[in-house]
Design a protein around this ligand. Sequence first.
Ligand SMILES: [Zn+2]
Length: 475
Amino acid sequence: MNKLISQITRTSTAVALASVLTFSLQGNAATFKLINADDPGIGFNDATPAAPVGLNTGTTVGAQRLIALNFVGSLWARALGGNDVIEVAASFAPQECTATNGVLAAAGPLSVFRDFDNARFPNTWYPSALANRLAKTDLDVASGEPLPEIGVTSNGDLGKPGCLTGLSWYYGLDDKAPNGNSIDYVKTILHEYGHGLGFLSFADESTGELFDGRPSIWEHYMVDGKTEKRWVNMTDAERKASAIDNQFLAWTGFQSFIGAQQTLTNVDTLDVFLLDKNGIAFLPGGTANFGAKEGRRSISGALGFLDDTRAPGAACAALTAEQAMSVKGRVAVINRGGCAFTDKAKYAQASGASAVIFVNNSPSFAGRPAFGVDDPTAGITIASTLISQQDGVRLRQSGTRYASIFDTKRPGGMDLLRRPLLYAPTVVQPGSSVSHWDITATPNLLMEPISNGDESTALRAPKDLTLPLLKDIGW
Ligand SMILES: [Zn+2]
């Protein structure tokens, strides 16, 4: 996994294209029709010479971009089947970008429909491409002319000074972007078309408000695992809370459920369970890359709170006599921050702690289960787990004095009912939150919000869950 690439986010914001220049194009994407919305000389019309790369025979930058986009259309056309004609308005345009972080591309449906013939749910919005499929007719027509269903913009500044400097688009069709500084354009746009076809919520993830006061098809399938309420049945306040319910926001569609069992694989986790006033609380935890090994990490015991939320630097030195008293023979609860995990575990162990529950020090949960760097010289033998900052607050406020830590294997990206999880970081990320699979999915999935470069382009199980979800909503 490339560190830099892992920080590049993709957004699902619907785009509105003001002026559309039509451009007729031949290609092998029979059911995806491209509308080139770029001005002469830029984007898809960039005449800069380019050497053919990875089965892409184009000899200019613009031609390679068009060939790659057509190729994405052909992959989707095959996956979706049917006789649909889906028009895509495509352009290259500047996107939110800094030297190290930026949006690769954005896409979304250009119009929405409800209460058409064959709509499965009444009073429910559907993205136009899906509405057309279900209604068996082209619903988005103006003055007799078909309108594009999907808008997609790609970051035309990528690689220029100040925008993901040093990176470049890879226009090959062979899924072989060189590691390090190339971003696979086909894979990026394959992801974006997924949004355009309906892989997104229309609700406002920051306020919980529904689009135009009505649910979209997406909200019928999104469920909060803590309340078992679907978004369609929630109040705005409940949706707002659910949007940041990390590791509990799940998808209930049957195709995705079956696909998830075939696709997602187990990862080591060290989960915390405690009894609080609401019953048994489950705090998902990561497994430390140091200390006790598999099979010897489960432990139950009294909790020893070493510090409060105002003291993130605790246990970065040998504990004071008073601190040692609070963790001796107990499961130490220690905030992350100030020094390495191994330093804190070492000092807690030296004072007699039986295990450590680390509480994350920033609201965005690390996501991936494993954490820390092994340091054999530290001599750590006790187990350590890492829970989210939000769950740390819950742990401190629960009033409980005992907790159990269980060494488990959980499929990466599933909840306890084995439903695939959606991305719900504890701080809303507009355009990313609730409209992607969770970043704990293992293996990585195409529709995660962050590109890791190793996602499959198969779209279907047992490699990916993009198509199963689209089938759930009616494709
Ligand atoms: Zn996305």
